[in-house]
Design a protein around this ligand. Structure first.
Ligand code: UFG
Length: 309
């Protein structure tokens, strides 16, 4: 079986991707130090796969540990690089953490891939690179905006790093996936979204409030220029997003694949925060206490994907 290195493989998107890789006949090799995920995510992956995945509990900025991991694993067909910090507010207060972990880890991974002869990489990018787009739905050719946070800047910088490295090394191929807002969980419920601490993102906050773990949800602003005043995002099921990584790897194996390509991964449909809340309560019947609060710094009014490409 072709081995695929999955950094951040115990995280929300990473864990779902490991499962889809295994279902498509690849062998996921997880690198994750569990700093923002839990052991039980790995147990859940194993239960769905029907066998224990290969796991290395190491920091993917640790060159020595990464080199030893590659020496143990042998040939690696491709890498999927999820490992990164993603709390926008924290990145404003501690930018060096984001530059070190998000940019440093990709520099090291690309160096080690070259040493090891691994020629395919799928990178977790984000619609954050668009800022507030002028035209919606947003296409991949929309210009990058000035980053709205150090986190956003790390995504723009890593995309550029991959454009530069693929043009300097004809053997290397990269696919940059610009995620919109991933939500949901594997239908088995063995894995899902389980951030440590207080969630930053809407849907885990919704589910934890409905489960009684949090007192109430705050809607960050209803004075935006949208039909109901709350922000609009493109919410994509995490299993669909996970499958996009498998397709990206397969696409790079094909003849016509360019050396570096970018794809939006969304549904093409925008929904407001209030619509998400109403959809959740409508489906589950669970009470979801919420209050309307002020805007959150750095939020864009509306973003959803053009999925034509
Ligand atoms: N929201 C609330 N209340 C909450 C949490 C969120 O009203 O408690 C609103 C936000 O204001 C926003 C929408 O729900 O309008 C979605 O917010 P998320 O935090 O779930 O996601 P973002 O659209 O802000 O996503 C951004 C970047 C992603 C990045 C992510 C990481 O666009 O690239 O933050 O936190 F991965």
């Amino acid at each position: 079986m072709k081995k695929v290195l999955v950094t951040g493989g115990a995280g929300f998107i990473g864990s779902h991707t490991c499962v889809e890789l295994a279902a498509a006949g690849f062998e996921p090799v997880i690198v994750d130090d569990l700093r923002n995920s839990q052991e039980r995510a790995i147990d859940g992956i194993g239960r769905i796969m029907g066998r224990k995945p290969s796991v290395h509990r190491i920091d993917c900025c640790d060159a020595g540990a990464m080199r030893r991991m590659l020496a143990t694993e042998g040939p690696i067909h491709g890498a999927i690089h999820f490992a990164a910090d993603k709390a926008v507010g924290e990145s404003v207060n501690d930018p060096l953490k984001y530059y070190h972990n998000n940019i440093g880890s990709l520099v090291l991974l690309l160096r080690l891939m070259k040493e090891h002869g691994t020629q395919r990489i799928v990178f977790s990018s984000s619609c954050t690179v668009y800022g507030q787009p002028e035209k919606l739905p947003v296409t991949e050719s929309a210009p990058d905006r000035n980053a709205m946070s150090p986190y956003g800047f790390t995504k723009i910088a890593c995309e550029q790093m991959l454009r530069d490295t693929t043009s300097s090394d004809p053997a290397l191929k990269a696919v940059l996936l610009r995620y919109f807002n991933p939500v949901g969980a594997h239908p088995s419920a063995h894995i899902g979204e389980l951030p440590l601490g207080v969630p930053n993102n809407l849907v885990p906050f919704v589910t934890q409030t409905a489960a009684g773990l949090r007192k109430q949800l705050t809607v960050f602003g209803t004075d935006y220029d949208t039909p109901d005043g709350s922000c609009i995002r493109d919410y994509i099921h995490v299993v669909d997003l996970a499958k996009a990584h498998v397709r990206a790897l397969e696409w790079m194996e094909g003849e016509g694949a360019s050396s570096c390509e970018v794809f939006n991964i969304g549904t093409g449909k925008g929904n407001s925060v209030l619509e998400v809340i109403n959809a959740f309560t409508g489906e589950t019947g669970a009470p979801l206490p919420y209050v309307i609060g002020p805007r959150r710094a750095g939020d864009t009014t509306a973003v959803y994907a053009d999925t034509t490409k």
